[in-house]
Design a protein around this ligand. Structure first.
Ligand code: MLT
Ligand code: ZN
Length: 496
């Protein structure tokens, strides 16, 4: 009997489970009895799903903007089963979409036109922490929250965090080189990656789990697979470097008033103010989190999540800061800077975990609050810090000029120069707003995808964002590792 995945909390606090309208009925792609039989033999009777009621939640991404029918969903439980599935599919040149927790935001982990979904969620529950060498090894289907918990139990931490922690899987995070709110201190996933096990398109298992800091024998395959979005290999096990848990953490939610001297009112002036104060905060040292939010997003979060009014509800922007180190020293140094700062109008500080979580909620609940407005155009962009304020101003003005009724909500990772631009209003299938925003980003020498990946959403911009030689090298690597082009076709690498 086919069985549904046990229900689990999806990322960002909202579970999209409605089947897409295009699914069901006679148009559904099928693999045929021979292939279905081979896949069933590879993973066991209950783990090949073809019933639309069971496959629906694997076929649409969290945003509701991307997805399509799958020919089937296959749920292997071991590396050997992943290899067996890939051998069957590549022998028949059947396209396959690897999927982790399905918390992606660019359509890179959902089927588009009848591919097989390879769900890695069953590769979990096998977490090993080595406190002496400060390493964690786990199956690709382990959630970030599970890994964080295992590390914490021995006084260590993963050094990575993001709002979708309860559903995002380590394999998916490797595939997208996930970022999150602690990149300013610990870097994105690739910097935390100590090794991995992965399966190539033809079923070959690549095992690079040495865990050494220095090991120059050959190509950095884990580094190459990180951010490859399931186009080069399927990650099955992940080895992460851990950090010591800090003695304490201090979180602050800092309200800012933007002075006239920093530009015309609006997002540009607010961002310039946030940057000025943010740079001073970073100079204190020990800063793990430096995020920015603005009035439209904070209003929305308070309405949606019922949060109390933030410090100085009339502020032009807020910084979410977390500093680690000795309680008294950190609080005193942060306090000395913020209390006297002319651009800071109010600050809320928290030292204990519940208090810190309450402050983080103003930032972390943006994604789900924005989703309540409708299907958002989610642009995830980075520019040099020196350009960030101009970018914010130009993007907000350009969108308002073209779509006066659209809601534009900015928030993001100030310390990384990475803003999330969310536009709700223009129809989800109209790409004009994406092109408008990303055109501005490219003109500022920025990245059209800072941390969410390319997926299908950013595919049209890859050739503008990468040098032709760069693209040729990416295509050569893809051809070498996946000559039949079965792994996540239509994602990351533009046709050409
Ligand atoms: C975040 O920083 O919260 C995530 O990247 C999600 C998002 O952009 O909505
Ligand atoms: Zn983000």
């Amino acid at each position: 009997m086919a069985s549904a995945e046990p229900s689990r909390k999806a990322g960002y606090g909202r579970h999209v489970s409605e089947p897409p309208a295009a699914l069901g009925g006679g148009g559904r792609p099928r693999l045929g009895p021979r292939l279905e039989g081979a896949l069933r033999a590879a993973v066991g009777e209950g783990h090949l799903l073809t019933d639309p009621d069971l496959t629906a939640s694997y076929e649409r991404d969290w945003t509701g903007r991307y997805g399509g029918p799958a020919a089937a969903v296959v749920r292997p439980g071991t590396t050997d089963e992943v290899a067996a599935v890939l051998r069957v599919l590549s022998a028949e040149s059947v396209a396959v979409v690897p999927q982790g927790g399905n918390t992606g935001l660019v359509g890179g982990g959902v089927p588009r036109a009848g591919e097989v979904v390879l769900s890695l969620r069953r590769l979990r529950g096998d977490v090993h922490v080595d406190p002496e060498d400060r390493l964690l090894e786990a199956g690709a289907g382990t959630t970030l929250a599970e890994a964080q918990q295992a590390a914490r139990e021995v006084g260590l931490e993963v050094g990575l965090d993001l709002a979708a922690r309860d559903a995002a899987t380590l394999g998916g995070m490797v595939a997208t080189n996930a970022g999150g709110v602690r990149v300013v201190r610990h870097g994105p996933l690739r910097r935390r990656l100590a090794g991995l096990e992965a399966v190539l398109a033809d079923g070959t298992v690549v095992d690079r789990r040495g865990g050494l800091l220095k090991d120059n024998v050959g190509y950095d395959l884990p580094g190459l697979f990180a951010g490859s979005e399931g186009t080069l290999a399927v990650v099955t096990r992940v080895l992460l470097r851990l950090e010591p848990l800090p003695a304490s953490r201090v979180a602050a939610f800092v309200a800012l008033r933007a002075p006239e001297a920093l530009g015309t009112p609006g997002a540009g002036r607010a961002t310039a103010t946030a940057l000025q104060v943010g740079r001073e905060i970073l100079r204190l040292g020990g800063i793990e989190v430096l995020e920015v939010v603005y009035p439209p997003g904070v209003r929305l979060v308070c309405e949606h999540a019922g949060l109390p009014a933030p410090p100085d509800p009339g502020a032009d922007a807020w910084l979410l800061v977390e500093a680690t180190g000795d309680d008294e020293v950190t609080t005193a140094r942060l306090g000395a800077l913020l209390d006297a700062h002319p651009l800071v109008s109010a600050t809320a500080v928290a030292l204990d975990a519940p208090g810190r979580a309450a402050l983080f909620a103003y930032r972390e609940r943006h994604t789900e609050a924005i989703a309540r407005l409708g299907v958002a155009h989610k642009l995830d962009v980075a520019v040099p810090l020196s350009r960030l304020a101009r970018l914010a101003a130009e993007v907000v003005d350009a969108v308002a000029a073209r779509w006066p009724d659209a809601a534009t909500v900015l928030f993001g990772h100030l310390g990384d120069g990475n803003l999330h631009v969310n536009v709700v209003g223009p129809p989800p299938d109209d790409d004009e707003v994406d092109a408008l925003v990303l055109g501005i980003v490219l003109a500022h020498g920025g990245s059209v995808s800072a941390e969410h990946g390319v997926g299908v959403a950013r595919l049209p911009f890859v050739s503008r964002a990468r040098h032709p030689g760069d693209l040729a090298a990416m295509r050569a690597v893809k051809r070498a590792l996946d000559p039949r082009g079965v792994l996540n076709p239509g994602v990351l690498i533009p046709a050409g």
